[in-house]
Design a binder for this molecule. Structure first.
Ligand code: F6P
Length: 326
């Protein structure tokens, strides 16, 4: 370990349920191993503005069950400039912080990679995003909870869809990744998922209508991943209104409901394991890697790999959905 006495921890980008469990795990594991801990508020912004305070074990008591992040989060424009990062580095040194643990999605880990390269600062990333779009980990912190929130909502929508014999388009988050939409559709028994990964290959709406859901059903739910590529649920509802006016169409956009709530057991355990592993990694002298869990084993993934490699959607899942929604 390259003389690391104190670590700083921050959450950045979109919040995700389980971030608090990760903050708790990093803090407690660091203290257990004799390291000092400083909490940095509002993501990279807190590094630039110096919103930093010492964390003791009690600072993270009673938070494992809470959604959101006690450290707050932000997207910081200043940190995107070399001048902003210089101020951040100076503040970090002033506070005696030797290494950083960053919990966030691809934008946050990209910031960490640039900062680490510019100032030779050891940075460890934890995958925190409901989108599950980071390469090198089976799931990301918050994804399982968001998936369960989607299920709860879709189960309710199904009641009204069935009663009125309607076609519902339900839009879920995921930016340009279809994990929430595809697995949300399988788990809720939806009739189809429209995901950005397949958008260039087929007209997903036409395929869905062609498969003839009307043969055995009078109502239907299609989960659509929000995305510039798919155009989102409104786009498909408009298309159906124009191209298939016989259908009675409605749209539900789940939005930020998906980002809140108490984390599931899966997300709490994942966050706890990743947080403890982040401190192991620092003690081993690792730097500039994201910690992931693959096949139930902790893995270290270089930032460049985690950010740049697109995590592929399993075609097997697309087929499962197709077969089971007849
Ligand atoms: O990255 C997570 C995410 O929830 C995306 O799925 C979504 O596109 C985005 O954040 C929305 O973020 P915000 O409303 O905070 O800008």
């Amino acid at each position: 370990m390259a003389n690391i006495k104190c670590i700083g921890i921050l959450t950045s980008g979109g919040d995700a349920p389980g971030m608090n469990a990760a903050i708790r795990a990093v803090t407690r594991a660091a203290i257990y191993n004799g390291l000092g801990v400083k909490g940095i508020y509002r993501g990279y912004k807190g590094l630039v503005t110096g919103e930093i305070s010492e964390f003791r074990s009690q600072n993270v008591s009673n938070i494992i069950q809470l959604g959101g992040t006690i450290l707050k989060t932000a997207r910081c424009k200043e940190f995107m400039t070399p001048e902003g990062r210089q101020i951040a580095y100076d503040n970090m040194k002033k506070e005696g912080i030797d290494a950083l643990v960053i919990i966030g999605g691809d934008g946050s880990l990209t910031g960490a990679r640039i900062f680490a390269e510019e100032f030779d600062v050891p940075c460890i990333g934890l995958p925190g995003t409901i989108d599950n779009d980071l390469y090198g980990t089976d799931t990301t912190i918050g994804y399982d909870t968001a998936l369960n929130t989607i299920l709860e909502a879709v189960d309710k929508i199904r009641d009204t869809a069935t009663s009125h014999e309607r076609l519902f388009f339900v839009e879920v988050m995921g930016r340009d990744a279809g994990f929430l939409a595809l697995n949300g559709a399988i788990a809720s028994g939806a009739e189809a998922a429209i995901i950005p990964e397949l958008d260039t290959e087929v007209d997903q709406l036409e395929e869905f209508i062609k498969n003839g859901f009307r043969k055995s059903k009078n109502s239907s739910i299609v989960i659509v991943a929000e995305s510039g590529l798919t155009g989102g649920a409104m786009h498909y509802a408009d298309r159906v209104k124009n191209e298939y006016p016989e259908y009675d169409v409605r749209v539900t956009i789940l939005g930020h409901v998906q980002r809140g709530g108490s984390p599931t057991a899966h997300d709490r355990i994942l966050a706890s394991r990743l947080g403890a592993a982040a401190i192991d990694a620092i003690m081993e002298g690792q730097r500039n890697v994201m910690i992931g869990i693959e096949n139930d084993e902790v893995v270290y993934v270089p930032f460049t790999k985690a950010i740049k490699n697109n995590k592929p959607i399993k075609l097997e899942l697309v087929n499962v959905l197709r077969e089971l929604s007849i």
